[in-house]
Design a protein around this ligand. Structure first.
Ligand code: NAD
Ligand code: UDP
Length: 314
């Protein structure tokens, strides 16, 4: 019997992370189908694949999934706005994306007997009381606050994935991604790295929320893509943290961006958004052990590449 040609489905493939993942998968000779509603993503990344027979793009929302007339071998479920500004614009739809949307994608995985890697997030730890965050930590999330549509949605998505695994033996992998940055972030994305770089290059004030003592651990996109692919290939269930364990205050980030761009911009203080986590740093022992993965790109090196990318928009 002839072997059926299997496609890799990347939902949310037109977003920041998706655009890099699709490029890497195509370079590895895989066939990739993207389903994306283009709410924060851009089809322009795919212009260069217009004649590529291994690539298909379908504009659709995972809460109303399209019929796919190809065999799917594996799925990366990335569809969901990730910037607090973007996910709070339509909070109800954000929550539905992670519940109804994820259920639809899980059903598709079931129908195709496909492995699915779900993009979860460090936000499932909320404003963490344990530091650094290990996967066994159950988190400190405000279910009523403005971030809840994203945090609780992603937590519910983990529950759905785990129940599909338990009940239907579906081959599921959950990764908890920590703050990731790099080229292809939209200039108006609203997350801190792109905001600071765009502001510094335009000579505008850098908007520091709060007093800048809150911390984050910033991971360069190439490291994350290697981790996502390792998770798919090594068939672990997880959840597994994927992040760079080097922790910086947001003020340190602002100063680094000013230094690397040579900008004369000032840092101005703005109010801290409600429920903004005070500290965040992944414990990546599990990723090291289970995936043989760890990040390689330093913040300075990653920022330089990202700054070079954003110079084009000046
Ligand atoms: P992004 O906003 O750039 O990309 C999200 C993509 O999903 C966009 O192309 C958007 O149009 C699409 N999308 C959103 N809702 C959809 C829906 N209902 N149906 C179909 N498409 C939809 O964000 P990103 O940084 O690339 O994040 C990708 C995934 O990784 C998200 O699931 C996010 O939660 C997760 N994640 C990202 C980070 C990070 O730091 N970048 C951290 C943790 C988790
Ligand atoms: N932040 C900031 N200035 C900005 C955007 C964000 O000081 O212009 C802060 C934000 O309050 C948070 C951190 O930077 O403490 C990271 O924010 P981001 O939106 O990138 O991601 P989060 O980790 O909060 O989801």
């Amino acid at each position: 019997m002839a072997k059926v040609h299997k496609w890799i489905l990347v939902t949310g493939g037109a977003g920041f992370i998706g655009s890099h993942l699709v490029k890497t998968l195509l370079e590895k000779g895989q066939s990739v189908i993207v389903v994306d509603n283009l709410s924060t993503g851009k089809k322009t990344y795919f212009k260069k694949y217009a004649k590529n027979k291994n690539f298909k793009f379908i504009e659709a929302d995972i809460t109303h999934p399209p019929f796919l007339n190809v065999a799917i071998g594996s799925i990366y479920n990335l569809a969901c706005p990730a910037s607090p500004v973007a996910y709070q614009k339509d909070p109800i739809h954000t929550l539905l994306t992670s519940v109804l949307g994820v259920k639809n994608v899980l059903e598709l995985a079931r129908k195709n007997k496909a492995r699915i890697v779900q993009a979860s997030t460090s936000e499932v730890y909320g404003d963490p009381l344990e530091h650094p965050q290990r996967e066994i930590y159950r988190g400190n999330v405000n279910s009523l606050g403005p971030r809840a549509c994203y945090d609780e949605g992603k937590r519910a998505a983990e529950t759905l994935c785990t129940d599909y695994h338990r009940i239907y033996k579906l081959d599921v992998g959950i990764v908890r991604i920590f703050n990731t940055y790099g080229p292809n972030m939209a200039p108006d994305d609203g997350r801190v790295v792109s905001n600071f770089i765009v502001q510094a290059l335009a000579g505008k004030d850098l908007t520091l929320y709060g007093d800048g003592t809150q911390t984050r651990s910033f991971q360069y996109i190439d490291d994350l893509i290697a981790g996502l692919i390792a998770m798919m290939e090594k068939k672990r269930t997880g959840p597994i943290n994927l992040g760079n364990p080097k922790e910086f205050t947001v003020l340190e980030l602002a100063q680094k961006v000013l230094g690397l761009t040579g900008s004369k911009s000032k840092i101005i203080l703005k109010s801290l958004p409600e429920d903004d986590p005070k500290r965040r740093k992944p414990d990546i022992s599990l990723a090291r052990k289970e995936l043989g993965w760890e990040p390689e790109v330093s913040l300075e090196e990653g920022l330089k590449k990202t700054i070079d990318y954003f110079r084009r928009f000046k």
